[in-house]
Each structure stands twice: as C-alpha cells, then as structure tokens.
Write a protein that binds this ligand. Structure first.
Ligand code: PAF
Length: 329
C-alpha cells in the first residue's frame, strides 16, 4: 500500500517519521527549504521519553514525482485544504482513499467536493506534535487515532481502511476504526475549542490549562457548547462527556504546544475560524448560544498574523478579565 502524507507541519513530520520507517510512504511539502533539508539530512524526532531518533522519509515538493498512491493522509492547515485536494487529485488512484487528519470543520466537505464522496473520510488523532525546527519535531505525547468507516465510502475504500489501521498500529501509533464520522469531527472540534485558543492566548503548553481551576471551567464551557451544537444537529459524540475528553487530551499531551499556539508563535493565521468560528456559525443556524466560543474566537483573531499578544505568558487573571469584557469585538 503506497501512502502520501500531504503537509509537513508537526503532524505530517511525525507521521513521516513513524510510518516512513517501515512502509511505502512519501511526504509532500510545499516549503522548498524544509523539503530540501529533510531530503538531504533527514528528520529528527524528540520522543515523549526525551530520546531523539533520526528518520529518512521519502519526500518531495513535486506531486508529479510521486506516482499513484492508494492512500493520501491530508494534514495541512484547514485554510490550505483546497490546494491540498488539488494535489491529492493528481496522485490518488481512482479507487484510492483520502483521509483528513486536520483540525476544524469543513475539511472533509472540501476534499469530497474535489475528490468525490466515495474517496474521502475523516480521521482524528490525539497525537501531540510540536515543530522545533525545519526538520526537527517533538512528539509530546501519544494519543489514539480514529478513522471514520463512513458508509458512503466505496467498496475499495472500505476494504482499504483496516490496512491503514494496521499500518498505524504496526508503526506504534495506536489506531481504531469508528462508524460515526460526524461524531468524530464534532468530538475533535470540542477538544480543539477547549484547548487550542486558551493555549494560544496564554502562550502555554496544554498541561498548563489543567493546573488552573478557572481555566478548567472555561475549557468545560467551550467543550460543552460544542457538544450542544452537535446534539442540536442530531450528532452523537463518541464519548459521553466532551469536557472530560478535552481534559483527558490536555493531560495526555501536557508537554505539547498546541497547533494554534505554534501558529501564533510563527505569526501566521490560526485555525480559530475553522474551530470556534465554525462552531459559532453552526450554533446560530441551530438556535444554540455559544458565548465562550465566540469570545475565544474574537480574542484569538486579535493576536494572530504577527499581532502583539493580549496578555503576558501564563497571565490567567489578565485573560479572565478579557474574557469577561463584553465590549471586545
Ligand atoms: O491542535 C492540536 O494541537 C491538537 O489537535 C491537540 C490534540 C489539541 C494537541 O495539542
């Protein structure tokens, strides 16, 4: 089974390191310096136990060099999904399977629009990864990965899914199949809405959040709001308590700097619109009130793209005041 990993951010590099060692896997990136560095000198992974391992995954910037693949794992930022879908369209076999492992709502719909309903499904992963340098990634913590066994997939794609699970498991990335893909998407949204904006605003690792009662309270509200929007659409989450799940993921990835914080650190746009913004929009359409997601979204918008932070790192009281300030738009 030939696999392409489309996107070489933290998660893409992590997958390249784990899956590339044993399998027929190629990474596709679009930043020439990073692709050249990994191609020449390989990739360094800092493991959860602190050890460092070196990996030489196959990598290219040019989809024409890839040939046809059976599986494309899409791990670009949500704003890059359409471009990634066009890349995948060039390399995916007609009966191949594309899997989005991204954060945010609508990635699956965008991929399906371009690749076809029967060729795209969703996965969610709680693996925590942080970029340390161009070819240097920290694997901050293990968490399970779930792949959606959606009934609208074609027969070849349904047959392929257990092989993807096997590939991940053999590489040491615990993974499972799950039937309910809307539940997977909304479950991941709940976790991301609870963890990512707070870590980005406070510039702290995930574990900081669960050390502060007041932050646990905000996480709980953010996750429960997402759960309520999911329920209003008739979507059943894959766990009984969204807030508990968010706390569990924050604990399992305590050392990780969330993807949103890494975007803020790099001065690039974040995925807050695809997470809290999207939740708030669907909430409005369903008559649900999501004040915490709306406020988190507004605050993160103010600090992204290289704008100055709103509070000092770890200033919980400062952030609580901002969250209570009704005048912030
Ligand atoms: O976006 C992220 O950073 C990740 O989805 C997660 C699981 C919250 C870990 O940091």
């Amino acid at each position: 089974m030939k696999v392409a990993v489309v996107g070489i951010g933290a998660l893409g590099c992590l997958l390249g390191a784990y899956l590339g060692d044993g399998g027929d896997v190629i990474l596709i990136g679009h930043w020439p310096e990073q692709v050249a560095t990994i191609r020449q000198s390989g990739l360094w992974l800092e493991n959860p136990d602190g050890s460092r391992t070196h990996h030489m995954p196959a990598i290219t910037q040019n989809p024409d060099e890839v040939g046809l693949v059976d599986v494309a794992l899409v791990v670009v930022k949500s704003r890059q999904t359409r471009d990634a879908a066009r890349t995948v369209a060039k390399i995916l076999k007609p009966d191949g399977l594309a899997i989005t492992l991204q954060n945010g709502l609508n990635n699956c719909a965008t991929l399906r629009e371009i690749l076809g309903q029967s060729r795209v499904t969703v996965g969610v992963t709680a693996q925590g990864a942080t970029v340390l340098g161009v070819a240097n990634v920290r694997h901050a913590g293990h968490g399970p990965t779930y792949f959606g066994r959606d009934s609208t997939l074609g027969p070849a794609q349904l047959d392929c899914l257990p092989h993807v699970v096997e590939l991940f498991n053999q590489a040491g990335l615990q993974s499972h199949l799950m039937e309910n893909i809307d539940g997977l998407i909304w479950g991941k949204l709940a976790v991301n809405a609870a963890i990512n904006p707070l870590t980005a605003l406070l510039r702290v690792p995930n574990g900081f959040l669960i050390e502060h009662e007041s932050l646990i309270e905000i996480m709980t509200k953010a996750a429960n709001e997402v759960a309520e929007v999911a329920h209003a659409q008739g979507i059943v989450l894959p766990f009984p308590d969204a807030a508990e799940q968010a706390l569990r993921v924050a604990r399992a990835t305590a050392g990780n700097r969330s993807s949103m914080l890494q975007d803020v650190d790099r001065g690039v746009p974040t995925e807050v619109e695809a997470i809290c913004g999207a939740v708030a929009r669907v909430a409005r359409d369903n008559g649900v009130y999501t004040p915490v997601n709306v406020r988190l979204c507004r605050l993160v918008r103010k600090i992204e793209g290289g704008n100055p932070p709103l509070v000092e790192p770890g200033d919980v009281n400062g952030l609580l005041q901002l969250l209570a300030d009704d005048s912030i738009r």
